[in-house]
Design a protein around this ligand. Structure first.
Ligand SMILES: [Zn+2]
Length: 118
């Protein structure tokens, strides 16, 4: 399979928090606890040590880009106090990883699977 379709298919499964191999098993058993193995097919989600680092980097990158875009848009389109905007963005930077953790980790797991299948 070509690399890009494999990556996109894996990322899509991960975004749905489903196993990128079978599409059935759940990646997470609780909001913050991932299964080591797919409960449906036994696929090991993060087999190698350090593979989790990629998920962290993906999450940090997506959140930082979103914060930068939000800052530029808010500053360009509003006359809100810059202190208020700064406090809001700091709150966003603290809360966004908690909200997006599972989905971004799922996407990373899917990307790893897709890259191994290409
Ligand atoms: Zn599976």
């Amino acid at each position: 399979m070509a690399l890009l379709p494999a990556l996109l298919r894996g990322a899509w499964s991960g975004a749905r928090l489903r196993c990128p191999r079978c599409g059935q098993g759940r990646i997470f058993r609780t909001r913050f606890t991932a299964n080591r193995l797919c409960p449906a097919c036994g696929y090991e989600f993060l087999a190698g040590r350090g593979e989790f680092t990629g998920a962290l980097m993906l999450a940090q990158g997506v959140i930082m880009v979103a914060a930068a875009i939000a800052y530029v848009v808010i500053r360009a389109r509003t006359d809100w106090d810059s202190t208020l905007v700064g406090v809001g963005l700091i709150a966003f930077l603290v809360l966004a990883p908690l909200v997006s953790y599972a989905r971004l980790k799922g996407i990373w797991i899917g990307i790893l699977y897709g890259s191994s299948r290409a």
